[in-house]
Design a protein around this ligand. Structure first.
Ligand code: MLT
Length: 246
């Protein structure tokens, strides 16, 4: 049975994938909390957080479950970690699904934003992080028509441990540019974009898909940056179609 390893974004946990895990029960799905997120123990030191250390942690999960290769499905930061898996452990990747993500590294301005958000998390807590991020994460259509999704995204962020938030921000700030990797990817790839994603805009994601040999592109209407929670039926259907045709 094909294994699918779901990798959540920042500052989320496995809850992000709850609809897809239920909808894709034909496949062997794993949706772990990354170190420092949800109920997962954090890395011992703040400096230990990086996309490389997250990727190594996930390979450890595949090893424990005796899975030689998996389809990796990462959202945003999860996509950055998927790039790292493709870079460092290509033999463990059967195929890749890149949701609401981008290849470029942080600009100097974005890095300053990471530091400011880490300071806010430390001074004011995770709920303040949620208050800052949620308006950027959610599509206008979701805000207007699905207040329960706005609430669940807010609560998911508000329950994240502050050291894990700060660590993830470090990993995000220091991540390498994945643009040169794109043309070298040799596994099937599905790119999934939200048409109202302010953080990983759909146009950039389509360009990214064009740079990956043979990649497929799916645009999810009325979705922002957390498309799997905002439009679960459409996202699950796109994933199921891709997985069924591998
Ligand atoms: C995420 O959802 O993982 C973050 O938006 C990633 C980022 O800020 O670059």
């Amino acid at each position: 049975m094909t294994a699918v390893l779901f990798i959540h974004g920042f500052p989320f946990d496995h809850f992000l994938w709850r609809h897809q895990r239920a909808a894709l029960s034909r496949w062997r799905c794993f949706a772990p909390d990354l170190p420092g997120a949800g109920t997962s123990r954090g890395f011992d030191s703040p400096d230990a957080y990086s996309v490389a250390s997250y990727a190594t942690y996930l390979v450890g999960i595949l090893d424990q479950s005796k899975i030689r290769e998996a389809v990796i499905c990462g959202l945003s930061m999860g996509g950055y970690i998927a790039f790292e898996l493709l870079r460092r452990f290509p033999q463990r990747v059967r195929a890749a699904i890149l949701c609401n993500t981008k290849a470029a590294a942080d600009t100097p301005e974005a890095k300053r934003g990471r530091d400011a958000l880490a300071a806010k998390a430390q001074q004011e807590g995770a709920r303040a992080v949620a208050a800052e991020l949620v308006p950027k994460l959610i599509a206008r259509a979701t805000r207007e028509r699905q207040p329960e999704v706005v609430k669940e995204v807010t609560e998911m962020i508000a329950r994240q441990p502050v050291p894990g938030i700060a660590g993830a921000l470090r990993a995000l700030r220091e991540r390498p540019d994945a643009t040169p990797l794109l043309a070298t990817i040799r596994v099937p790839v599905l790119v999934v974009a939200g048409d109202d994603d302010q953080i990983a805009p759909a146009a950039g994601m389509q360009e990214m898909a064009r740079a990956i040999p043979g990649a497929r592109f799916a645009l999810v209407p009325d979705a922002g940056h957390v498309a799997p929670l905002e439009q679960p039926i459409t996202v699950s259907a796109a994933l199921a179609d891709f997985l069924a045709n591998l």
